[in-house]
Design a protein around this ligand. Sequence first.
Ligand SMILES: Cc1ncc(COP(=O)(O)O)c(C=O)c1O
Length: 337
Amino acid sequence: MAVSHGGRLNQAVREWGIPPQQWLDLSTGINPLPWPVPDIPARVWQRLPEDDDGLPDLARHWAGAPAHAGCLPVAGTQAGIQALPRLRAPGRIGVPYPAYAEHAQWWRAAGHDVIPFSDLPSRVAIESLDALVWINPNNPTGEWVSRERLVACHEQLVGQGGWLVVDEAFIDAEPEQSLVPETGRAGLIVYRSMGKFFGLAGLRGGMVFGPHELCDQLDAALGPWSVSHPTRYLMQQALADASWQQAAAHRLRNDSQWLGAMLREAGLEPQGSTLLFAYCPCDNPVRIARSLAEQAVLVRVFETPPALRFGLPGSQTEWQHLERALHYLNGRIATSR
Ligand SMILES: Cc1ncc(COP(=O)(O)O)c(C=O)c1O
């Protein structure tokens, strides 16, 4: 069965009969003020992408990977998530839960037994695993695990011939806990995405950092030209744009605090958060999401455990839209009491 995701605006338009331009889509954790995409030279469209265009070195430098680490650009983290499980013989794989469900889905599809963990598994639990996938910070719960704890898991796993796979799709604005600087060692694989912090989900760009041989195997599994030339070109420009990255991280810090304050004020206490979304456990997420949808605000609903996830508004008008909708929601909740 296909895993459901946020960002399904067309479906909301059909369901609620509200035209697309009237919606405030907060159902994803994507930066609403993306890196400004420049014009793409005609030659980039015309010529096939080449692996030795300098992108892996630039990405290694940007993410703080050692020179000996492998770095494979991929068509979104998702491409790596789908292909990696086929590079291991079927085994027992620990995955976080609740979490971005594509990991569990693709390990299972490749014949592995998938064991869900709500916290980082203990040493004893890790003894029976062949690989552990962790998402740091986690989506949707926003939970963080320190790099020291993940390094300890990796050391244990690699001693057993296992892998630690860390999905850092949401780490870019706060990279201090990233495990990329540790990559290059056996059994450690880290995913990074261009979709979230850079706000370029439609670009379909990401990177896999890991041992060279494993990156080569993944490259072979994905086949030639799996990342388009325009994507590789734009990834290079965006990764090199340090001043935009600094300004964006600063703005996201302010905006995420502001979002948290607004949600708290509306009685939706965020539990875990990243700079790109707030996770609010609540008793009746479906009812709240419907009330917000009546106000053309689309949020992500989780039924087990019950919670809502709010992405960030971008423009002033969008912030006001959210404020109005939360006000309306409070009125609805007060009258239904
Ligand atoms: C935790 C996590 N990892 C990976 C992805 C996939 O991202 P992409 O393929 O756009 O890099 C997502 C998308 O929502 C995600 O939430």
